[in-house]
Design a protein around this ligand. Sequence first.
Ligand SMILES: C[S@@+](CC[C@H](N)C(=O)[O-])C[C@H]1O[C@@H](n2cnc3c(N)ncnc32)[C@H](O)[C@@H]1O
Length: 330
Amino acid sequence: MNADELLKETADDYRVFGTVHTKGHSPAYERIGVAVAASPQLLERLAALPPIKRQPNLLLAAVRYLGGPVDSGEAFVAWALGHWQQVRPVILARATQTNEAGRCATLLPLLASLPQPLALIEVGASAGLCLYPDRYRYRYDDGTAFGADGSPVTIPCATTGPVPLPEPDRLPRVASRTGVDLNPLNPADEDDARWLESLVWPGQQARFDRLRAALSVARATPDPARIVRGDLNARIAELVAAAPEGSTPVVFHTSVLCYLPTEARQAFTTTIRELPCRWISNEAPDVLADVDALLPYAAPTERGVNILALDGKPVAFTGPHGERLDWFPR
Ligand SMILES: C[S@@+](CC[C@H](N)C(=O)[O-])C[C@H]1O[C@@H](n2cnc3c(N)ncnc32)[C@H](O)[C@@H]1O
């Protein structure tokens, strides 16, 4: 790709971010995505970064982490250009590690349907906030909230289709919580928490409040998740082997495999099918071709969705942050 094509590709990514991905979710990021796409100076700096570091979420989180403005697209661009010496190192040092406890609302029906207790094993766990599904409360549609008594986290989720919701007194029982991440974040570390907060899009106050509440759950828990550092392909077999006897090992991942090259994704799906565990995936369309091939109908294109699957068989479309669960007809 020549320099002009690279600039155009980077501009397109930011334009799509502003006009599709954040549309209706974050007016500030809609404006900023479009403004960055129209700034040749900022695009040049972004294009000089390694490909994985050009992502809109990373630039936007870095500027917010450093205290930059997000109220206007032009002010954002001017600030990012003027502070590039500080912005660039944050982009290079950090990664998109958005940790969304809300996704537990989409995992819960599958987790509750498996033989209990569970050895939860999350690959790409970030700070591990999805490893506490038994410590949160859930409200599906307009129903009564249920879940862990006194939890500061209540996750709302809109549903369609025959979702096999668990009985309120049948939450998953968790025997162990482990995970792997290239860079595990520590819920008790103020800097890590501030980075996670910077990754929540402006205007999404409910998600911001949920993040803070979920971090407080993770900090206070008597049985914190053990998250090892490393590549998921390198560490998964040992994590499954360490599951406590008598438990059901469940390997799960949400919004993770998109960050892996195709060959690494394939290596993972081959391994996981051979390991003695159950497997829950919650990834965007086009990430797992074998799962996509079994969809009963095409994924909607007008809004972002993930595909929820158990042992490689798709069961539902889900909202990217756990806000929706559209179960397929049986
Ligand atoms: C977008 S976050 C999702 C975090 C969490 N699963 C959730 O849904 O809230 C993706 C995470 O995957 C991790 N990750 C990406 N590639 C990885 C790899 N090859 N091995 C282990 N972790 C990886 C990143 O470090 C990041 O923390």
